[in-house]
Design a protein around this ligand. Structure first.
Ligand code: AMP
Length: 126
């Protein structure tokens, strides 16, 4: 599979520092920042700094170091915000949208971390 990355997407501009973001956490390979249109009281996006379109592209072509850093950065946000269930936190939902069926709007791979209220069923029934 040949993946095509659009350097003009909004998250690429955030990584290049061309537009501002509300950073929650930064690691060598990742950036976590608040979503501009939060769907819950806590809505943080975690992105790799590398040019990956979606989860598939990321897992297929990122280095083991980048993949491990992404997993640990996501976990570090959860820990920093005190969300871990069993450790006093109320839990969270982790979402990665991919492609048309997933309704992915920004073509730079990202995970959503949602929390701050009981989020309800995972999907509407229709
Ligand atoms: P997705 O539909 O999974 O591609 O989600 C893209 C997310 O990026 C949405 O939740 C948007 O609200 C969010 N978003 C778009 N532009 C920005 C921005 N400049 N800063 C922070 N979040 C953004």
């Amino acid at each position: 599979m040949a993946y095509s990355y659009d350097e003009s997407n909004i998250f690429a501009k955030i990584i290049r520092g061309e537009i501002p973001n509300q950073t929650v956490l930064e690691t060598e390979h990742c950036l976590a920042f608040n979503d501009i249109a939060p769907q819950a009281p806590v809505h943080v996006l975690v992105i790799p700094k590398g040019p990956y379109v979606n989860w598939d592209h990321f897992v297929a072509e990122a280095s083991a170091e980048e993949i491990a850093d992404f997993a640990r950065a996501t976990r570090a946000v959860i820990e920093k915000l005190g969300l871990e269930p069993g450790s006093g936190g109320q839990g969270y939902r982790l979402i990665m949208n991919s492609g048309e069926a997933g309704v992915q709007e920004v073509p730079h791979f990202h995970a959503h971390i949602l929390s701050g209220r009981v989020l309800g069923r995972m999907l509407p029934k229709d």
